[in-house]
Design a protein around this ligand. Structure first.
Ligand SMILES: O=C(O)CCC(=O)C(=O)O
Ligand SMILES: [Fe+2]
Length: 185
């Protein structure tokens, strides 16, 4: 998963015009997280969610779903199911990479629904920067036409924010930005 995520970082660097080494080097020695999600069948699936709507606060997510549907992504004001394929990974951008790309790549809003028949399992690898790395976009992505969108921060600061102050949703990075600015006044 680590090797795959660093390979994807090479492609993202290439696509942003900063070269394939920039983000791969940034994520060298990363402090990433692996999570297993288990969703038991639910008698009233229409009344609840397996995972509420959120953007991943991390940098890049590589998700494996089993054969049971559940993941949905919010596009064009509607929820769309992501057809499960145990032979494939779902890859999405998280808030930390949105900040690293100065807002060019967007973290995507998603959720997981449950059903009343089958257990569902998913496995997520969340690429996160090494704890002491300062998250800031490369100079090539910042100029007077494209000023900094988010302040400098470290991954542990954003992670702690989502654990102690604010449950991750679609506005995490904006609320975190305001919170940091207030704190540093
Ligand atoms: O179970 C899923 O398909 C999504 C889980 C998820 O969004 C997460 O773990 O952040
Ligand atoms: Fe997620």
């Amino acid at each position: 998963m680590n090797t795959l995520s660093l390979g994807i970082m090479e492609l993202l660097g290439e696509s942003l015009g900063v070269g394939n080494e920039y983000f791969r080097d940034f994520f060298e020695g990363n402090d990433s997280i692996m999570r297993l999600n288990y969703y038991p069948p639910c008698q009233k699936p229409e009344l609840t969610l397996g995972t509420g709507p959120h953007c991943d606060p991390t940098s890049l997510t590589i998700l494996h779903q089993d054969h049971v549907s559940g993941l949905q992504v919010f596009v064009d004001e509607k929820w769309h199911s992501v057809t499960p394929d145990p032979e494939a990974f779902v890859v999405n951008i998280g808030d930390t990479f949105m900040a690293l790309s100065n807002g060019i790549f967007k973290s995507c809003l998603h959720r997981a629904v449950v059903n009343n028949v089958t257990v569902r399992k998913s496995l997520a690898f969340f690429l996160c920067p090494k704890m002491d790395k300062v998250v800031k976009p490369p100079n090539a992505l910042v100029d007077y036409k494209n000023p900094r969108v988010y302040p400098d921060f470290t991954w542990p600061a954003l992670s702690e924010f989502t654990q102690k102050h604010y449950r991750a949703d679609m506005k995490t990075l904006d609320v975190f930005t305001t919170w940091l600015q207030q704190k540093n006044k």
